[in-house]
Design a binder for this molecule. Structure first.
Ligand code: PLP
Length: 404
C-alpha cells in the first residue's frame, strides 16, 4: 500500500492553539492529571452561561429548524444583524449583504477562498489570530504580516503596513478588539488603515467578534461605520459576547462600494451555496441575542467578573520579575512579554510544554500567533479569580525556576 500523505497545501498552515502542546495536555489528563487550561477563549467551561432567552428561543424553534435554510441564512436573523449595524451607524448593510456561517471561522475561510489567486497577498497582523494566516495560505495566498507595536499599546504600525503593500496585495485584516493582545484601536488608527485601503484599492476584513467585550469605558468602533467608499467585510457572531461558541453562529456583512465587487460577491455566493447553509437551530438564536438583554455588560462593567479577572491577571503578571504585560482593553486575553535578558527562551513551544509538565498549566506560545520572536505567551482571562490566582502563581513559580 502507498503511504497516504497530507496535501502540500497544509505545509504553511499553523493552528497551535489546538496544537502539540494541547495534545500533551490531553494525554496528561487521560493519565489523571488536573490541567488548568488557559489556552482557548471558550467561555462555557469557565462557568459562563448563555443568556436564558437564547436557549429558550432556540429550543422553541427546534421543530422548525430541521431542514436546510437559505444558503445565506434565515431572514429573521439577517434582518436582526442589518438592524444592529444600523444602530451602530452603518446604514448600507442590507439583508442581502449578510451571510450567516458556522461561526466566524467558516466565513473567514470562505471570504478568502472566494478572493485569492495563487500568490495573492493579504496583510495580516503579527501577532494574529492564526486562522487568518492559515486560511490565507490554504486559499493559495500569502499572509504578509504587519507589525502591531507593543511599545505603542499593540497598535498597528501603519508605516510597516504601508511598506508591505505590493501589487499583489488584496486586503488588510484588522482584528479589533484584538486577539491575542487585547488592544482596542482608536478612531484615528482605523481611519489610517482605511486611508491605505482606499489609496491602494484594498478590501478591509474587519474581525470584530469581540466588539462587545471592552473594559474601562473604551468602546470598539466598527470599521464599516467610518467609510462608505472602502469595501469592508465585517465579521462577528455569538461565540464570545453571548458565550455560545458551541452553537457555531457567526455572520459576515459586506459594506462599501459593492458595485465594484459584483464578481467577488458572485464567488462568495457560489461558495455559500456549495456548503448549503449554516447550522439552522443556531441561526434562530441570533435575533434573540441581538434584540434581548445584553448581559455581557454585567460582566465587563465595574464589578463584572470579566473585568475583575482581567485586572487581577494583568496585575499579577506584571509583578513577576522579567515579565511585562500591556493592558488589555478588550477581548478575553493577555499577551505578556518575557524579557529575553531574563528568560533566554529559544523555543517557546518547548517553554509551553515544560510549563505544562511542571505546573499543569496550559498556555499558548506567542509564535502560535505568528509572533516574530519566542518571547511571549497568551493566556485567557476567563478563569475565576481563585483559579487565575492559582494559575498565575504557578507560572510565577515556574519562571522563578528559569531565573535560577
Ligand atoms: N476571530 C477571532 C479573532 C477569534 O478569536 C475567534 C475565536 O477565538 C474567531 C474569529 C472564531 O470564532 P467563531 O467561534 O465564530 O468561529
Amino acid at each position: 500500500m502507498p503511504e497516504f500523505k497530507q496535501s502540500s497545501k497544509l505545509h504553511n498552515v499553523l493552528y497551535d492553539i489546538r496544537g502539540p502542546v494541547l495534545e500533551e495536555a490531553t494525554r496528561m489528563e487521560a493519565a489523571g492529571h488536573r490541567i488548568l487550561k488557559l489556552n482557548i477563549g471558550n467561555p462555557a467551561p469557565f462557568g459562563f452561561e448563555a443568556p436564558d432567552a437564547i436557549l429558550v428561543d432556540m429550543i422553541r424553534h427546534l421543530p422548525h429548524a430541521q431542514g436546510y435554510s437559505d444558503s445565506r441564512g434565515i431572514m429573521s436573523a439577517r434582518t436582526a444583524v442589518s438592524q444592529y449595524y444600523q444602530t451602530r451607524g452603518i446604514q448600507t448593510i442590507g439583508v442581502d449583504d449578510i451571510y450567516l456561517g458556522n461561526g466566524v471561522s467558516e466565513l473567514i475561510s470562505l471570504s478568502l477562498n472566494a478572493l485569492l489567486d495563487d500568490g495573492d497577498e493579504v496583510l495580516v497582523p503579527t501577532p494574529d489570530y492564526p486562522l487568518w494566516t492559515a486560511s490565507t495560505s490554504l486559499a493559495g495566498g500569502r499572509a504578509v504580516h504587519y507589525l502591531c507595536d507593543e511599545s505603542e499599546g499593540w497598535m498597528p504600525d501603519l508605516e510597516d503596513m504601508a511598506a508591505k503593500i505590493t501589487p499583489r496585495t488584496k486586503g488588510i485584516v484588522v482584528i479589533n478588539p484584538n486577539n491575542p493582545t487585547g488592544a482596542v484601536y482608536p478612531k484615528h488608527v482605523l481611519e489610517g488603515i482605511l486611508e491605505l485601503a482606499r489609496r491602494h484599492g484594498l478590501i478591509v476584513f474587519a474581525d470584530e467578534i469581540y466588539e462587545k467585550i471592552t473594559y474601562d469605558g473604551v468602546e470598539a468602533i466598527n470599521m464599516a461605520s467610518l467609510s462608505d467608499d472602502v469595501l469592508t467585510l465585517t465579521f462577528s457572531g455569538l461565540s464570545k459576547a453571548y458565550r455560545v461558541c458551541g452553537f457555531r453562529a457567526g455572520w459576515m456583512a459586506i459594506s462599501g462600494p459593492k458595485h465594484l465587487a459584483t464578481d467577488y460577491i458572485e464567488g462568495l455566493n457560489l461558495l455559500t451555496n456549495m456548503r448549503l447553509c449554516a447550522n439552522v437551530p443556531a441561526q434562530h438564536a441570533i435575533q434573540t441575542a441581538l434584540g434581548g438583554y445584553q448581559s455581557i455588560n454585567d460582566l465587563i462593567l465595574p464589578g463584572g467578573r470579566l473585568l475583575e479577572q482581567r485586572n487581577l491577571a494583568h496585575k499579577m503578571l506584571n509583578e513577576i520579575p522579567g515579565v511585562s504585560c500591556e493592558q488589555g482593553y478588550g477581548a478575553l486575553y493577555l499577551f505578556p512579554r518575557l524579557d529575553p535578558e531574563v528568560y533566554p527562551i529559544q523555543d517557546d513551544e518547548r517553554f509551553a510544554l515544560d510549563l505544562l509538565k511542571q505546573q499543569k498549566i496550559l498556555v499558548t506560545q506567542g509564535t502560535g500567533f505568528n509572533w516574530i520572536a519566542p518571547d511571549h505567551f497568551r493566556l485567557v482571562t476567563l478563569p475565576d479569580v481563585k483559579m487565575l490566582e492559582d494559575a498565575i502563581g504557578r507560572i510565577a513559580e515556574y519562571l522563578e525556576g528559569l531565573r535560577e
